[in-house]
Design a protein. Structure first.
Length: 157
């Protein structure tokens, strides 16, 4: 069986944007939660008052992935399809300058055991333009983003 093209159909991403609130009496904002990232050697927020945003918003993010998520020639064949996941959770840090750093597949430490979909997702993350960074307490901060990526692969013969 010969495969000429791979088409990827993105299913709607379901993610909830939690509403943040400002504390006006000078206390730390309880919405902003962070940890020290030893790889980046800086504080990284897992929740922010204002979450990072892809340039142009969610619709542009979807368009970017649709155009840029591609399998390399020979990376996928018919024997891979039954075992290939149809979804992956990607994590990355949007730094204070909007750059994407520390991109990875959730719950995987090594890049050696990634599926073709996971490798394609990481390649597309590396190609992303700068994002609008997140904010906490009025300051621009590095924010960890965790997003599901659901695909349906159609093969044209």
């Amino acid at each position: 069986m010969k495969f000429n093209r791979y088409f990827i159909l993105f299913l709607p991403l379901l993610w909830q944007i939690s509403s943040a609130y400002q504390v006006s009496d000078g206390r730390k904002n309880p919405v902003c939660k962070s940890y020290y990232n030893t790889t980046l050697k800086k504080q990284v927020f897992t929740q922010a008052e204002i979450e990072p945003e892809f340039p142009g918003g969610e619709a542009q993010y979807q368009r970017f992935l649709f155009k840029n998520l591609q399998f390399l020639p020979g990376e996928v064949d018919s024997s891979d399809l039954p075992s290939m996941p149809s979804s992956v959770i990607i994590k990355f840090v949007v730094d204070t300058d909007g750059q994407i750093n520390n991109s990875r597949v959730d719950d995987k430490d090594s890049t050696g055991d990634l599926s073709p979909l996971e490798r394609a997702a990481l390649r597309s993350l590396r190609a992303m333009p700068k994002w609008k960074p997140g904010k906490c307490n009025g300051k621009v901060v590095a924010v960890e983003v965790k997003r599901p990526l659901n695909v349906e692969v159609e093969i044209n013969e």
